[in-house]
Design a protein around this ligand. Structure first.
Ligand code: THU
Length: 162
């Protein structure tokens, strides 16, 4: 028996003000895009904004349904939109923000398990890492170089070949 370890590094900024300018702009847009969320059940509005390699900007927000399992996370709405409008164009960075019904949030959230799997697939289909900029309406901001880092020991298309 031997043990193996997994760890990864990410950047932590005290606030949006200390981010590089391009990331600060993208996170600001993600905060705005929370307003497009349809979240009458969870009261948890999420906004995601991507900068693509060709410079285009694509957005996503969570879209819920009275049949709860039908609800879509902001990240997967964004990925489907990007793939539909700009197929094969890599995503450089996605900023994600959120808030409650009072418009408040003070720490970063990171993508749920399903979205991590979707982000990983997107990275592999265009062969390009996706940076993540994660922050609430205020407070600390995390920057992660590659979405795949959030999903160690992942299941991928390679496994289907075995
Ligand atoms: N949600 C997202 O849109 N992204 C995440 O990363 C976490 C959760 C949404 C799903 C649901 O509409 C609401 O937030 C509460 O879970």
């Amino acid at each position: 028996m031997k043990k193996e370890a997994y760890n990864f590094e990410f950047e932590v900024y005290d606030s949006i003000e200390s981010l590089p300018e391009k990331d600060a702009w993208l996170l600001g847009q993600a905060r705005e895009v929370t307003q497009h969320a349809y979240a009458p059940y969870s009261h948890f509005q999420v906004g995601a904004v991507a900068r693509l390699d060709n410079g285009e900007i694509v957005t996503g927000s969570n879209q819920e349904n009275a049949s709860f399992p039908l609800g879509l996370c902001a990240e997967r709405v964004l990925l489907a939109t990007a793939a539909s409008i700009y197929p094969k164009v890599p995503i450089e960075t996605i900023a994600i923000s959120y808030h409650n019904d009072n418009g408040e949030s003070d720490h970063p959230i990171s993508p749920c398990g399903i979205c991590r799997q979707s982000l990983l697939e997107y990275e592999s289909r265009v062969n390009h890492p996706i940076r993540l900029v994660l922050g609430g309406m205020e407070g600390k901001v995390y920057v992660i170089d590659k979405a795949a880092m959030l999903l160690p020991l992942s299941f991928t298309s390679e496994d289907l070949k075995s």
